[in-house]
Write a protein that binds this ligand. Structure first.
Ligand code: ADP
Length: 403
């Protein structure tokens, strides 16, 4: 791959060109950066510090995915939703990654490397740019960009020196937060896997002794079968969750017609409902507008909510699916006539692995709702829950309609 030479490459004279007040501010920011291990919070802090230090309209961060080698747009000050748009390596940010050097461009639009993908998604126009690599232990882990200097002033050497100093602090903090998240997560998964594993081990040990009545043997084999099924479902759900969480999941942007989607979900859950003698009904306005999003992923959300409404229902109960429009939002509600959820548990329902105590006998991984919420949020929406003990629950997905 060949690249045209950069319009200007920022020659760094180090921090000698930086004023004392800015240096003081940089130190304050560095202390803040080193005191948070929460990645989202950290990225937020970094981009807002870029805007402040370089006096620009906007700042953004792109990070390399070590597994796929792709460069992802992960955060920007003018965009609260993380798009995870994959930015090609023959772009400006890609040039910075591949060359490991800072770059100043006073007219981005005329640069052949300019990738308009992100601007198009968020409706923005990049004019000038100062980009620096995020380096950790000699490796480029991403790019920090300051965009559109206020009053269209040119970027100075001082801006470049400040941004490079910030980038070196930010890169270490980002890597630490990533490592911390991984270790935290691994501990949590191992903890969750322990209960079914212990049951399997205990039941197999008893079976191995071989002197138990036939009926006990059957029960123990049943336990091994059920708990290995649970482990397998937890593994599948967990991988799915991790995939979504890592931001590597690419959501399709297609027209999603609601009536066939709901028809499909009802059909897929019919057998489970029949097993519980539960009746599913639906009410859709005739002119339900389509959503823009990922049909398969939205189907997964509805499937999970309807399956829960059946699983946690009483025998012979009801599930009702309703669709309505509220201004620019489509509301998809799934109501059940189950036992409901005690108010104290409602704030925790969407946490990963959270299950309301007393439901252990019902198959589940405690990940369905966190996966569903993540998918709905990635579509710019929210899931809400209302529940009354002894009466039932209603889960509502609020999804934005295309303008
Ligand atoms: P699970 O795999 O356990 O069903 P979810 O993440 O889908 O995991 O749900 C988390 C918990 O929320 C469930 O274990 C259950 O206790 C509670 N829950 C979810 N949906 C309902 C519902 N419709 N009625 C009552 N409780 C529910």
């Amino acid at each position: 791959m060949t690249f045209p030479p950069p319009t200007t490459t920022a020659a760094s004279n180090g921090l000698a060109v930086v004023e004392a007040t800015q240096l003081k501010r940089l130190i304050e920011i560095a202390i803040q950066l080193s005191s948070t291990l929460e990645l989202k919070q950290l990225l937020h802090l970094v981009i807002h510090s870029v805007v402040e230090l370089t006096e620009t309209e906007v700042a953004s961060i792109l990070l390399m995915d070590k597994q796929t080698g792709e460069l992802h747009f992960v955060a920007a000050t003018n965009e609260t939703r993380v798009h995870n748009v994959v930015v090609p390596l023959n772009s400006i940010a890609g040039w910075i990654v591949l060359n490991g050097k800072p770059l100043i461009l006073e007219d981005v639009q005329s640069d052949p490397r300019f990738y308009a993908g992100v601007d198009d998604v968020i409706g923005f126009r990049t004019r000038s740019l100062l980009g620096v690599p995020l380096m950790n232990k000699g490796e480029v882990i991403g790019v920090l960009e300051a965009i559109n200097k206020h009053h269209d002033k040119p970027f100075s050497e001082q801006d470049a020196a400040l941004l490079m100093a910030l980038a070196s602090q930010a890169a270490v903090a980002i890597e630490n937060a990533r490592l911390f998240q991984q270790s935290d997560l691994i501990a949590e998964i191992l903890h969750e896997f322990k209960t079914p594993l212990m049951t399997i081990i205990a039941a197999s040990e008893m079976l191995q002794q071989g002197r138990l009545p036939e009926e006990t043997n059957r029960q123990l084999i049943g336990m091994v079968y059920q708990e290995s099924g649970r482990l397998s479902q937890m593994t599948r759900d967990f991988l799915d969750w991790a995939h979504l969480e890592s931001g590597r999941m690419h959501l399709a942007q297609e027209n999603v017609e609601i009536p066939p989607l709901i028809g499909d979900v009802i059909q897929a859950t019919q057998a489970g409902a029949a097993g519980m003698n539960v009746t599913i009904t639906s009410a859709l306005p005739p002119d339900t507008p389509p959503l823009i999003g990922d049909r398969e992923r939205l189907r997964q959300v509805l499937l999970n909510l309807v399956t829960n409404a059946i699983k946690y229902n009483r025998r012979g109960g009801q599930v009702r699916i309703t669709v309505s429009q509220q201004e620019q939002e489509l509301l998809l509600s799934i109501s059940d006539s189950g036992h409901g959820i005690p108010a104290a548990h409602l704030p925790h329902l969407f946490e990963r692995f959270y299950r309301v105590p007393g439901n252990e006998g019902i198959e589940g991984s405690g990940l369905g709702l966190s996966i569903s919420q993540k998918i709905v949020q990635e579509h710019g929406g929210q899931i809400e829950v209302r529940s009354r003990e002894g009466e039932g629950s209603t889960f509502t997905c609020r999804l934005p309609l295309p303008a």
